[in-house]
Design a protein around this ligand. Structure first.
Ligand code: ATP
Length: 293
């Protein structure tokens, strides 16, 4: 029996690992269909992330050499701070996050995390240090609890329960007959965009990475879901360096710093009050959104 069990167990492990890798790929900030070719350098060592400080220095990048996307972008994210990235559609906000995760290598400049150049360290250690809450999380066909535990497969039951609580998922889970054992994914319960994002937040909390990237959903959520997500986000942001790619400015008025991108350039930065007082691009965006809302 044991002889049969061990290979089956191993196959199960391989299957889970492959599925995890695929879900990661799908999740990664709405990846397009190109398979990038990023590998570890020959003498790459693990990145040591203790604080989660991020620095971009003169970073330029293009997907296709004819069309520059980011131009000499420089900014600094203090360890433990919450920084929002805003700007018009196509300004390069998601690209910036993909470069930090090293899904692509930059053309020139440097990206540092805790004073280490990311390209000189192993991808695995870099990605271990960053948790991503994508716009549209892919849930795999399993229970809600499994979907959360996937953030850190060796997490204890208490740690999973805490993540559920901090992500404001308790009342949703309690409203389900089977609670966190409810099946979700394509063949299970259909969950709303807001619930999915809170599951992703719980996963990210569990991963306990020093840096969190939160890609705010573009489609409007009802105000109850939005408030639940914002409170969940604050829990995460309090414990990590967080980068929030924001579409609705009302969700990031409390950010320590707001980077305003336009056509791949950083045109302004500051907190909400400073940027409003500057009467520039941010103030115009704010005005437009206030009018629409
Ligand atoms: P949005 O708010 O609409 O999500 P964004 O500011 O996040 O926009 P990015 O997704 O970073 O913008 O895209 C910046 C530019 O790069 C856009 O012009 C986009 O068309 C282009 N782009 C993005 N991904 C790729 C890719 N894989 N290959 C080629 N061009 C790309």
């Amino acid at each position: 029996m044991i002889q049969l069990f061990l290979p089956l167990n191993f196959l199960g492990f391989v299957y889970r690992e492959i599925r995890r890798a695929l879900t990661d790929l799908e999740n990664m900030l709405g990846l397009l269909n190109r398979q990038p070719n990023i590998k570890d350098n020959n003498n790459a060592t693990p990145l040591k992330v203790t604080h989660g400080e991020i620095r971009f220095t003169d970073v330029s990048f293009s997907y296709d050499k004819q069309r520059p996307i980011l131009n000499n972008l420089s900014f600094h994210v203090k360890a433990g701070s919450k920084v929002a990235i805003v700007g018009t559609s196509g300004a390069g906000k998601s690209t910036l996050a993909r470069l930090l995760y090293r899904f692509y290598d930059i053309d020139s400049g440097e990206i540092h995390i805790d004073q280490q150049t990311i390209s000189q360290h192993t991808l695995q250690s870099l990605r271990q240090a960053i948790a991503i809450v994508p716009q549209d999380t892919v849930l795999f066909n399993s229970t809600i609890r499994d979907n959360i535990a996937y953030g850190r497969p060796n997490a204890s039951a208490e740690e999973i329960d805490t993540a559920i609580k901090l992500a404001h998922l308790n009342s949703f889970i309690n409203s389900l007959e089977k609670g966190d054992q409810t099946l979700v994914g394509e063949r299970g319960l259909k969950v709303s965009g807001g619930e999915k994002q809170r599951i992703a937040i719980a996963r990210a909390l569990l991963k306990n990475a020093a840096i969190l990237i939160f890609d705010e959903a573009t489609s409007a959520l009802d105000s109850h879901s939005e408030q639940a997500i914002l409170s969940a986000m604050r829990e995460v942001a309090n414990q990590h360096t967080s980068l929030v790619i924001a579409h609705r400015l009302s969700t990031i008025t409390d950010a320590d710093n707001i980077l305003v991108l336009h056509d791949g350039k950083l045109v302004e930065q500051g907190n909400h009050q400073t940027l409003l007082a500057a009467h520039g691009e941010y103030a115009r965006m704010w005005q437009r959104q206030q009018t629409t809302e």
